[in-house]
Design a protein around this ligand. Sequence first.
Ligand code: AMP
Length: 197
Amino acid sequence: MRVVLLGPPGAGKGTQAARLVEKFELLHLSTGDMLRAATAAGTPTGLAAKEIMARGDLVPDDVVVKIIEDRIAEKDAAKGFVLDGFPRTVAQAKSLDTMLAAKGQKLDAVIEFEVDPEKLVDRIVKRAEEAKRAGLPVRKDDDPAVFSTRLAAYREQTAPLSSYYRGTGLLKGVNGMESIDAVTRSLDAVLDGRTHE
Ligand code: AMP
């Protein structure tokens, strides 16, 4: 099964992706996590992305497309994957279609988390506080000022993906403002009956 989770930062994509991964034994492919790992490792890609991420803008399409292309070429990706935070532009979505078509594959579903953008700032602030309390590193971009740039990037560059995927018949919506368990149940309902290969 190959699924895309679509939604603004703080919508709960990462939390639900982790659950889907466990349930269906899929790979969790988060471009944000991969870029943060590249930054921490000091690779040229990571270093180039660092400033862009810190201010909340999007990293260039060719950089993230290459990361995903390389990763899904690996053997373990054959079991299927959940894409979390990719694609984020229509150009990325088209590149994804092309790379999957070259393998004779396609997406099974695109699930959009419908959320109230005004409530997302609170979630982000909470996420930062929880990380701090747990002694975990706090993401630099989980800051209200940077968050507004991330939200603007979403509105301008990522939101058009809804109509792109609606046109393919793949788009399903879930109410992302419900509790974590309720969102999981909605996801299960959406994915029920789809191919679980
Ligand atoms: P995330 O962890 O998904 O919130 O991503 C954190 C940051 O990484 C974003 O604000 C972007 O700067 C960058 N990023 C992650 N995924 C992408 C993507 N698909 N396209 C462009 N930039 C991305």
